[in-house]
Design a protein around this ligand. Structure first.
Ligand code: PGA
Length: 265
């Protein structure tokens, strides 16, 4: 597979990775406000290292409780729509969340692709709108299954090309790519976290796909994160991989023990 990847060392050298990002995706949890507040207070009250950005992504209804109390973390959303206002029942706009003080938004998560039939085209519109609104936009990609002939890499490439289609270069400064193989997400059957070696290879492939798409040096500044069964036992392994700028944590982000362990270490 490495034959496909000319210039790999140069790609590795040019990537910036001084700062790490930890994104806590609470998904549709917890159900009670007092539990959400207790979790929030724990994370928000923690002393976080200067070179680390911790982004908490709670469900929308909890936002107003948290925006006034931001201390050591930043707020992120788990989704947003592609229009800023209008007749779109049930949707939440990029500008609305931006105006609330939200800094990050996760888009294209596999659970939305799967359960809500979000297509690459919809995700492309959302990414464009949220970048236009000035939000740090976390674009999730990831294959459902692995195959020995590496067809999953073509799948990834297509997801990247379609999701980022026609994106102006000036928007790239707020783009983040999260590689989340669907089979590795903790709710999947027999889920298992990605190995360090494979993650390194895939992240280089993703960087190359970004380069082919934009043909610009700016792509070296796009952080690539990993998500999928990250927990207190394996998070360091992922953060130490060259070219990986952070992690996206789901299940472990609503478990206080796991959370403390990850953020303290
Ligand atoms: P997980 O979820 O950490 O529970 O595997 C990650 C995600 O879906 O973002």
């Amino acid at each position: 597979m490495f034959n496909k990847m000319s210039g790999v060392n140069k790609l590795k050298k040019d990537c910036k990775e001084d700062n790490k990002i930890i994104i806590l995706n609470w998904k549709m949890n917890p159900v009670f406000l007092n539990e959400a507040e207790s979790l929030w207070n724990l994370v928000n009250g923690m002393v976080i290292k200067k070179e680390l950005t911790v982004v908490v992504c709670p469900p929308f209804p909890y936002f107003p409780r948290f925006t006034a109390k931001l201390k050591n973390v930043v707020l992120g959303a788990q989704d947003c729509f592609w229009e800023n206002k209008g007749p779109y029942t049930g949707e939440i706009s990029p500008l609305m969340i931006k105006n609330l003080g939200v800094k990050y938004v996760i888009l294209g998560h596999s659970e939305r692709r799967e359960n809500l039939n979000e297509t690459d085209e919809m995700i492309n519109k959302k990414i464009t709108a949220s970048l236009k609104a000035g939000l740090k936009t976390v674009f999730c990609v990831g294959e459902k299954t692995r195959d020995e002939k590496f067809a999953y890499l073509d799948f990834l490439k297509e997801q990247i090309e379609k999701g980022l289609k026609d994106l102006p270069l000036r928007f790239l400064k707020n783009l983040i790519v999260a590689y989340e193989p669907v089979w590795a997400i903790s709710s999947a059957q027999n889920a298992e976290a990605e190995t360090a070696d494979d993650l390194l290879t895939t992240s280089i492939f993703i960087r190359k796909a970004l380069f082919n798409l934009f043909n610009a040096k700016k792509i070296f500044e796009i952080p690539i994160l990993y998500g999928g069964s990250v927990d207190k036992n394996n998070f360091k392994k992922f953060l130490n991989i060259e070219g990986i700028s952070g992690i996206l944590v789901g299940g472990a982000s609503i478990n206080k023990k796991e959370l403390c362990s990850i953020l303290k270490n």
